[in-house]
Ligand binder design. Structure first.
Ligand code: GRG
Length: 299
């Protein structure tokens, strides 16, 4: 499948590679080993620094550029790290025996398999607290923006976000579900953290409420598309996910099949692009990056 992107608008892979390197270095800075034998800090590092796609921090940083920067690069990088750390914490928790009971994540044994359940749980809590510490200390970003960022990220985690998505998934995920019910769970599980990433970019750059509203619509659709892609690629080497993890779950792909899911994915992407264009009328690197990213994954 081709998304048909204009060649002249491609985001240079070298610039993405550099940004990814900056994210990884800053994560490494924020997650030091307390000591060689200190298991919780090892689990925190391992869970976060294991090779992931870093799509949420990348989106945050690209969107901040599209919206005109205006904030310190290090501070923006700190916001991006906070979002990635929350994502990593949610994956560690999601994999635990009381949740999905997964053995593999990012092509490596899951954190509870490596360090045991008590250490994994403590690492999750410590990562969540680290994320908020990072926001509060983000360099060169004013206090009001930091407060708003804390609020956005907290909402994305809680009962109107990841926690709700996870709850719905473990309670209803193995029962027959309507299209709407699956979309709602995906919204909570995935769109909310995409939303926090884009909102934090908007907050740090002083974007208007109208722009922020466009970005909310964009995130909803981007999250749906991303979750559909995640379901479609289950069991492939790409995800590094335990291939049995979603077996028997009422995901879009398991209920409606591959073809309908791909169609649905493309429809969500088109709506997301529409709102990207509404939010950033002058610079649209984020949209082009997303387009080429999906184009590559769907090829
Ligand atoms: C905030 C600690 C905390 C927990 C909240 C456990 C839980 C409650 C939420 C988990 C929700 C969940 C598992 C969402 C999955 C979303 C998703 C598509 C994950 C895969 O993301 P990728 O592909 O993964 O970006 P990588 O490994 O590349 O980073």
């Amino acid at each position: 499948m081709s998304v048909g992107i204009d060649e002249s608008k491609r985001v240079a892979p070298e610039s993405i590679t550099l940004t990814l390197k900056a994210i990884e270095q800053r994560l490494d800075y924020w997650l030091p080993l307390s000591s060689e034998r200190e298991k919780v800090s090892m689990a925190m590092r391992q869970g976060t620094l294991a090779p992931g796609k870093r799509i949420r921090p990348l989106l945050l940083l690209l969107m901040a550029q599209d919206l005109g920067g205006g904030s310190s690069t290090t501070g923006m990088l700190d916001f991006a790290c906070a979002v990635e750390i929350i994502h990593a914490a949610s994956l560690i928790l999601d994999d635990m025996p009381c949740m999905d009971n997964a053995l593999l994540r990012r092509n490596q044994p899951t954190i509870h398999c490596q360090f045991g359940e008590p250490v994994a749980l403590l690492a999750v809590i410590a990562l969540v607290s680290k994320a908020f510490q990072i926001i509060s200390q983000a360099e060169g970003i004013d206090e009001k923006a930091k407060n708003s960022a804390v609020s956005e990220l907290a909402q994305a985690i809680g009962l109107q976000g990841l926690v709700q998505g996870q709850y719905q998934d473990i309670n209803e995920g193995h029962q027959p579900r309507s299209q709407e019910a699956i979309a709602l769970t995906n919204h909570y599980k995935t769109s909310t953290l995409f939303c926090a990433a884009l909102q934090m970019a908007a907050i740090a750059t002083g974007a208007t409420m109208t722009v922020r509203e466009h970005l909310r619509h964009c995130s909803f659709n981007l999250g749906q598309a991303f979750q559909l892609l995640d379901d479609l690629s289950d069991g492939s080497n790409e995800t590094g996910k335990d291939p049995h993890q979603d077996a028997g779950k009422s995901t879009w792909v398991n209920v409606f099949g591959t073809r309908k899911s791909e169609k649905q994915l493309r429809e969500h992407l088109d709506v997301a692009y529409h709102y990207f264009a509404q939010a950033c009328r002058h610079r649209q690197s984020t949209q082009y990056f997303v387009q080429q990213w999906f184009e590559q994954k769907l090829a």
